[in-house]
Design a protein around this ligand. Sequence first.
Ligand SMILES: Cc1cc2nc3c(=O)[nH]c(=O)nc-3n(C[C@H](O)[C@H](O)[C@H](O)COP(=O)(O)OP(=O)(O)OC[C@H]3O[C@@H](n4cnc5c(N)ncnc54)[C@H](O)[C@@H]3O)c2cc1C
Length: 335
Amino acid sequence: MAREIGPVWVFVEQCGGNVLPVSYELVGKGRELADELGTSLEAVLLGDSVTGLAGELFRGGVDRLYVGDDVLLKYYQPEMYVPMIVDLARERKPEIFLVGSTACGKELAPLVAARLKTGISAHCIDLALDGNRLLEQIIPAYGGLISIVCPEMRPQMATIAKGVFALPGPAGRHGTGELVELAVPQAEPMKTELLEVVYEEAAGLTLDSAATIVAGGAGAKDAAGWRMVEVLADELGAALGATRPPVDEGWIELDRMIGQSGKMVTPDFYIGVGLSGELQHMVGIVGAKLMVAINNDPKAPVFDQVDYGLVDDCQEFLPVLIAKIRQFKQGKTAA
Ligand SMILES: Cc1cc2nc3c(=O)[nH]c(=O)nc-3n(C[C@H](O)[C@H](O)[C@H](O)COP(=O)(O)OP(=O)(O)OC[C@H]3O[C@@H](n4cnc5c(N)ncnc54)[C@H](O)[C@@H]3O)c2cc1C
């Protein structure tokens, strides 16, 4: 007898009472998967005064929303969130569970997976169903893309970054849904105490919204070389991004890393400076419209993946390019 297929689940993350864009994107993808499997789309939302967010989630395609609405859930606390989600999952037996690759999601999802004794794929860059209706969790690895499936255990779990999937389209038939209020455990004293929440001000242009992005790589060589990449970004009014090595070197913050385990970006114009074109970085810029790379190795794989390539030493080329841009801008001001 064919096994009954459970619902598709999405964890809806909120901050300050607003649903994060990645959660809406996962609702859109979750809807597609649920339709293909002939099952329902359910979502779990935990927070304080968040029940009012239900309407927007139903419009996005959620059939049933589980809401834990309590001051104790205002901020993500694994000790509160994980057992609530695990208990509910044991009861509802979801087929698939999608979680955003956010700071919270990256911790929450594996904790839930471990307790449910199921598998999880982190930082997926696509999801699909295979011929056996198993979730193909697609990640870059071994110099290409590979598909991971979880044939036995349930739910099939994946984390996905913002920007991988589009926001759900217009409501259509999924305008309403069922709201289920979750009981929130009150008694248990927690081992961790939340002392303070500090909202970080984004310095400079953010990668999420920038029309132009300059991304630097290991080819910048040192802090002085990196400074030139920064100046280029400044002169172009671009947001600054990076591959993994500049982050490891401490030249730039982790939240500026583009790629599989960083940000997915969709600028109109992307310039990659001194980076090789490794898949883990390039998957983060698949949405860019026009791409240029500067690299001193004519055989660098990045040249096969961009629209225009410049073979040159960035230490020599960048000062010239920056001077030309300044000259051009001055000419425009004078005219
Ligand atoms: C699970 C996993 C997840 C990962 N996630 C990410 C991710 O999200 N984002 C990410 O970026 N990486 C990620 N990585 C790392 C990734 O695999 C690569 O190691 C990284 O992207 C390489 O960065 P790079 O191109 O700057 O460095 P390299 O590969 O070392 O390339 C440096 C390039 O600079 C060129 N160069 C050197 N000197 C000069 C010069 N003077 N002028 C011009 N060009 C020069 C070289 O020819 C070379 O092509 C991940 C890896 C793993 C295993």
